[in-house]
Write a protein that binds this ligand. Structure first.
Ligand code: DQA
Length: 140
């Protein structure tokens, strides 16, 4: 199985950014752990702070052999009709992940333009959410 993890804005700062909300581990370190733990899954990773680049990567992924995408669109989750349309427009299943529990935060984070087009949403389990997404994808 080949899965793309797609992270949106500010997630390059994981480990340094609001560690009380997002934890103290960098995504690079977590990715090393995840790849070592799940050697049977080819995990590719892309992060961008630019909305259009995330959309382009989703389109590109649709022409590649990914079985699924795990998407944490960061704040674009709550603002980007275009990103939601991109998820709706591709045929690869998308699992929406959030590190924090967005429902326990500010009201503007309760809206997602992604969820309607995702196979499911994992939120509030820290970085473990990415692994839970992989687990779902392996057994579904
Ligand atoms: C986030 C939640 C978003 O509301 C926030 O803007 C992020 C990260 C999360 O993983 O908890 O950047 O997607």
């Amino acid at each position: 199985m080949k899965v793309l993890i797609l992270n949106g804005p500010n997630l390059n700062l994981l480990g340094k950014r609001e560690p009380e909300v997002y934890g103290a581990e960098s995504f690079d370190d977590y990715l090393k752990f995840l790849r070592a733990k799940l050697p049977h899954i080819t995990i590719e990773y892309y992060q961008s702070n630019v909305e259009g680049e995330l959309i382009n990567r989703l389109h590109q992924a649709n022409d590649e052999e990914y079985q699924a995408i795990i998407l944490n669109a960061g704040a674009y989750t709550h603002t980007s009709v275009a990103l939601g349309d991109a998820v709706a427009g591709i045929s690869i299943p998308v699992v929406e992940v959030h590190i924090s529990n967005v429902m326990d935060r500010e009201e503007f984070r309760h809206v997602s333009y992604i969820s309607k087009h995702a196979v499911g949403v994992i939120s509030g389990f820290g970085l473990l959410g990415y692994e839970l997404g992989m687990h779902y994808l392996s057994i579904r």
